[in-house]
Ligand binder design. Sequence first.
Ligand code: BMA
Length: 343
Amino acid sequence: MSEVKLVGASAINIPNMPWQEKPAGYENPIWRHNDNPVIKRNPAKGVARIFNSAVAAYEGSFIGVFRVEDNTTRPHLRMGHSVDGLDWKIDDEPIRFIDEEGNPYQPRYAYDPRLVKVEDTFYIIWCTDFYGAAIGVAKTKDFKTFISLENPFLPFNRNGVLFPRKINNTFVMLSRPSDSGHTPFGDVFLSESPDFVYWGKHRHVMTKGGQGWWQSVKIGGGPAPIETTEGWLMFYHGVTGTCNGLVYSMGAVILDINEPSKVKYRSKNFVLTPEEWYEERGFVNNVLFPCATLHDAETGRIAIYYGAADTYVGVAYTTVNEIVNYVIETHEEVGDDAGLGKI
Ligand code: BMA
């Protein structure tokens, strides 16, 4: 197969993004930054933990929306800034939102943000409180004014992940309907909107389980899908149950470029699973939760930002050619338990 490349919405060059070469002799398609975690415990005054957070390239450096837990343990969102994408300075204050009429609006809690640029606007998507866990959305163009938008979906729902461009002239968002607790089930669905207000044409994308037992309890979208010559590359989290509780790993899937509710290839293997101390041990042990990527079209490099053990932020690397080929080589055969592309 010819070399897989970043195209379309992902054909962006970020030459100064974080990068390390794959260690010699390392077999897996994704390798960790050697100075992980890049955000450690108590990373700012009054902050106990930062994890499951989103970053983006902005005006030559890097910007992030972070899941911050202070000593109350109730999560909120803060901005952070970095010159190199690794060393982060976190704001002292939460993001202050306004509603569409210009009145102050603060969610009661906010966690697991994604940050996605579509055309000239950055959208923040997070898990908010709407009579229980649901998807919250806001937009900004300058990271100074943050406008909270209408609730896109009914409760209960999490892991809202926006595609980085409109497809057939409509916004497209993945989500994972569920319950409001420590969800014991969940598949990934897709919805479309012409205006970011009314969402419909809901489709099932993929189910928990498939042929990988590491994703047997539930799955949820991760970073914004990445546009490649083979389709949309999406990293996601898959969860299994053990006698000691849940274990969160990272999976990878390729979705059809024009009809992204259709799965082209889904790796039956996890592509990264808790192995290092900062992934295995923390506020919640054994959680690896990807929320954002940076990528460079020129080199095909991808840096993945993930929450580790609900306590830290880690970075891992791959290239678009290596991970897409890996997903194709290890993909599930369509069968009764594969759950591919069902409406
Ligand atoms: C999920 C979410 C994530 C968290 C995970 C593991 O339900 O709350 O934010 O990382 O549980 O605790």
